[in-house]
Design a protein around this ligand. Structure first.
Ligand SMILES: Nc1ncnc2c1ncn2[C@@H]1O[C@H](COP(=O)(O)OP(=O)(O)OP(=O)(O)O)[C@@H](O)[C@H]1O
Ligand SMILES: [Mg+2]
Length: 607
């Protein structure tokens, strides 16, 4: 499944998406509700300031005293007193609003981050269990876009938008109430016009979706470009690829620019149109308001309150308008997130997996066929039987399928036809975990994680004793390497620390495999040539690893081949010869013989 070819099909199925995100929101519903409750007065308070203008105009500016009855007493507030009370009241309200705003912001940030975390935790768990082909097909940048950025946009957005929408809606309601109180006739005109103003938002959701999908892919491409610039920095320097990288970066950045500009060109007219319609509304209201004052139907204070409310109303309404765009973006991201949740890892445990406990008699490849891409067979009808504790060397042309063959054993890929069995049981019957625990693997290019050497070796068996660790280090002939490092076994490797040479890395990988102490060993020998002394050391390390185990070793060196019990020659995906060195040398015009003449013979002279 190629993640860059996404369509976010479900992004307009709002209720479906909400039902999927609901389980993530549910644990925090109380705090969200609390934030929601706080948002109501927060929104309503906007109206208070506008409301205060009426008494201010009518009593303070008009010089009237306010008289009213409360609980049987009559009160009289002079206009001078009013002139003090009202401004202080406004400030107090603002302070109250400030406290609520902080509370609301705190609650919504907390809940949105928690929901985002939960979504990311679940997504990452799926990511780490995806099958290798998934990683072959999708670039690192796209994976970061999809697994990290989308959930951030989507789940953090939801709570933020709930907050914005409630504050805006109640803000608008409060202001509308003040307007109705001031003059219901004017209010109807004002509200009607304002709401017409943002109807067109619904028209552009498809454009928003397309732009969002394109931006996701471009963002991913840019991240991949940066990752490759980082990982390939030496190749880049050696072949002067800076310009190539630069060009690609610029192209992608420009296409992001173009996507956003074209979205703006097609949707940007909305905002000015909204302004124009709104200003028409305001103009009508002003004219009609003057008429109402002149006819004595409305006081100047009510009119001031009204106009202020109308102007203040513009903000929440505009926010709601923008929110609709943001929400559409958010639903598109949410649509992409739940697409990921529905991806199934293709390599899985069977229904009732068996626990694999070592090899008793043999491992067998029966009519095994495999292809990465349809119609391009990489392995063709392969049959081999390896007895327990036998060491099988695999040789053959480059690209012939040797690494592929051994990758089928731990089920990085599943056979397309035929089967692989251990003691007669199809490996697909075993639990993935137990199958892989029975295999020690040393890869062609060994990857070390950032961390200390010790951590890297202990990955083979996290609960190993210090004694076991020491034995593995000795068997991998690593003591000399380690003793020369600044912090010995605690030296940091990788991103934050130093890097080891190819041969040293291979021995760390061998130590890791030694520590695992699994009955099946798979070694994909590095193709790079080592000098005689290092070769002898690595050879000894490998011998130690292979002792009393069932071994598949992809060999590029004569010394390794000669150590094996039998040799399988793989040519263009087919098993063409199988036997001991002497047997294969006796085949006239045989593949092995010619490989020997071309590659291995000269090694014999030097070893
Ligand atoms: N992850 C992959 N996705 C698609 N095709 C692949 C993948 N890995 C290998 N191939 C293709 O499968 C074929 C066999 O590759 P494989 O790595 O098994 O060869 P090999 O015998 O190990 O070669 P070498 O000796 O150079 O390591 C090659 O044509 C290669 O291009
Ligand atoms: Mg290979």
């Amino acid at each position: 499944m190629k993640l860059s070819a996404t369509t976010a099909q479900n992004s307009f199925k709002y209720s479906w998406l909400l039902s999927r995100i609901w389980p993530y929101i549910k644990p925090y519903w109380f705090r969200i509700l609390l934030g929601f409750l706080v948002a109501i007065p927060l929104g309503l308070l906007d109206g208070v300031t506008a409301f205060a203008l009426k008494p201010y105009m009518d009593y303070v500016v008009g010089g009237k005293a306010l008289e009213f009855e409360l609980l049987g007493h009559s009160f009289c507030i002079s206009s001078v007193k009013m002139a003090f009370i009202l401004p202080i009241g406004v400030v107090l309200f603002a302070a109250f609003q400030g406290v609520l705003r902080y509370l609301n912001g705190y609650l919504s940030t907390w809940t949105s981050q928690r929901i985002t975390n939960d979504v990311k935790f679940d997504l990452f768990e799926r990511l780490i269990n995806m099958h290798p082909q998934f990683f072959d097909e999708n670039s690192s940048g796209i994976i970061i876009s999809r697994y990290m950025n989308d959930p951030q946009t989507a789940s953090a957005g939801i709570v933020d938008q709930i907050k914005t929408i409630t504050t805006s809606i109640f803000g608008a309601l409060g202001l509308i109430a003040v307007m109705l109180y001031s003059s219901w006739k004017l209010a109807i005109i004002g509200v009607f016009v304002l709401f017409i103003a943002f109807l067109p938002v619904a028209l552009i959701r498809k454009r928003i979706k397309n732009a969002s999908n394109k931006n996701m892919v471009i963002g991913g491409n840019i991240t991949t470009n940066i990752n490759e610039t980082y990982a390939g920095n030496k190749v880049m320097a050696a072949y002067e690829l800076q310009e190539r990288q630069n060009k690609y970066f610029r192209e992608q950045t420009w296409s992001a620019f173009n996507v956003n500009m074209s979205l703006y060109k097609r949707s940007g007219w909305m905002s000015p149109i909204m302004y124009i319609i709104a200003s028409l509304g305001i103009a009508t209201v002003l004219g009609f308001g003057t008429y109402l004052i002149n006819t004595g139907e409305m006081t100047a204070g009510s009119f001031a309150s009204f106009v202020t409310s109308l102007l203040l109303l513009y903000k929440p309404v505009k926010t709601l308008g923008n929110t609709l765009t943001t929400i559409q973006n958010l639903f598109v991201a949410l649509g992409r997130v739940f697409e990921l949740f529905d991806l199934k890892a293709e390599i899985n445990d069977s229904v009732n997996p068996i626990n694999l406990e070592g090899v008793n008699s043999c491992i067998e490849f029966k009519n095994v066929g495999f292809e990465y891409a349809p119609e391009q067979p990489v392995l063709k009808n392969l049959n081999i039987r390896i007895a327990k504790n036998e060491a099988l060397a695999i040789v053959g042309n480059s690209g012939g399928g040797k690494s592929t063959l051994v990758n089928l054993i731990p089920r990085f890929y599943d056979v397309k036809t035929g089967s692989i069995t251990i003691d007669g049981v199809d490996i697909r019957e075993f639990s993935l975990k137990s199958l892989r625990q029975n295999i020690s693997m040393v890869f062609q290019d060994n990857f070390l994680f950032s961390g200390t050497i010790e951590e890297n070796i202990r990955m083979g068996k996290p609960n190993a004793t210090d004694e076991e660790l020491q034995k593995a280090i000795e068997a991998a002939h690593l003591e000399d390497v380690i003793s020369e490092l600044p912090d010995g076994i605690n030296t940091m490797l990788g991103e934050r620390g130093l890097t080891l040479s190819g041969g040293q890395r291979q021995r760390v990988a061998i130590a890791r495999a030694m520590l695992r102490n699994a009955p099946i060993v798979i070694l994909d020998e590095a193709t790079s040539a080592l000098d005689n002394q290092s070769e002898a050391i690595v050879q000894k390390a490998m011998d130690n690893l292979m002792k009393d185990r069932t071994v598949f070793i992809i060999a590029h060196r004569l010394s390794t081949i000669k150590n094996a019990d039998r040799i399988a020659v793989i040519n263009e995906g087919e098993l063409v010869e199988l036997g001991t060195h002497d047997e294969l040398m006796n085949i006239e015009n045989g593949h092995y013989k010619s490989l020997y003449e071309m590659q291995f013979k000269k090694q014999e002279v030097t070893v």
